[in-house]
Design a protein around this ligand. Structure first.
Ligand code: SAM
Length: 236
């Protein structure tokens, strides 16, 4: 059985090394997930940040897949990755767990539409990068964290001061998605048309107001940005 759709152009770029000059390291089943969440951005002037450059092949792959109008930005702690800078593709060297470094990149290149965290995969790196970059993203943004199975590996990957793994963090964010609907005593309020409601809107977190969905796959978590308002239920 194929791990991803063999007809996908992205998967083909990975499978056929003659379509690249550098190596890429990915799990085969990730390609269907990439297609599902990144496919709609092809041929558009999107800005993609990939954390974790390694041999540079994935930057090349995203360039081919997203097209010439895309701005591809790589970030890696290994100074050797500077060698993978090309036209329209930039590489920044530093630690993804350093918020000041991340903010410098955002200030220099702008906020990304797409983020793929394929960096060091420790809990702290994943959480700090997410907490720094995600709140800056535009309404249509997609933030993807891969290799989240490291949450089960322990050891060096469990480096968070509070012992939280990225999956623990993501499960908590699932709870945040429902900050409106989890309030049973607000059920009647949400049964009133939004323009006829009286009193103050239910206070919810910024994350709740700006996140449409969280998708879980084997080893990948995807956050879809989007503005949301107080919900409305009705019998029609
Ligand atoms: C799995 S590899 C990236 C693979 C690449 N995206 C690909 O698809 O071929 C992980 C990369 O993360 C980098 N890395 C490890 N810790 C990091 C950190 N704290 N900040 C930034 N990059 C880090 C490593 O140097 C390595 O190049």
């Amino acid at each position: 059985m194929q791990q991803s759709d063999i007809n996908s152009q992205l998967y083909q770029i990975f499978l056929d090394p003659s379509r690249r000059t550098r190596q890429v390291h990915k799990w085969h089943h990730y390609f269907d997930v990439y297609e599902r969440h990144f496919g709609g951005f092809r041929g558009r002037p999107v800005r993609m940040l990939e954390i974790g450059v390694y041999k540079g092949g994935s930057l090349e792959m995203w360039r081919k897949y997203l097209g010439p109008e895309a701005q591809i930005i790589g970030l890696d702690i290994d100074p050797a990755c500077e060698a993978y800078v090309t036209d329209g593709t930039r590489v920044f060297i530093g630690d993804q767990a350093d918020p000041a470094f991340l903010r410098r990149i955002l200030a220099e290149v702008g906020t990304p539409d797409l983020v793929l965290d394929d960096g060091g995969h420790t809990a702290n790196q994943q959480i700090v990068s997410f907490e720094t970059v995600y709140p800056t993203m535009p309404e249509h943004g997609i933030y993807m964290v891969e290799d989240t199975h490291t949450a089960f590996w322990g050891g060096d990957f469990a480096d968070r001061y509070d012992g939280q793994s990225f999956l623990d963090f993501a499960f908590d964010r699932c709870r945040s998605l429902q900050e409106w609907t989890m309030r049973r005593n607000a059920f009647d309020r949400y049964g009133t048309p939004p323009d006829q409601r009286v009193g103050h809107p239910t206070p919810v977190s910024e994350f709740c107001r700006t996140t449409k969905s969280i998708s879980f796959y084997d080893s990948i978590v995807v956050f879809e940005c989007g503005q949301r308002a107080e919900p409305w239920h009705e019998v029609r």
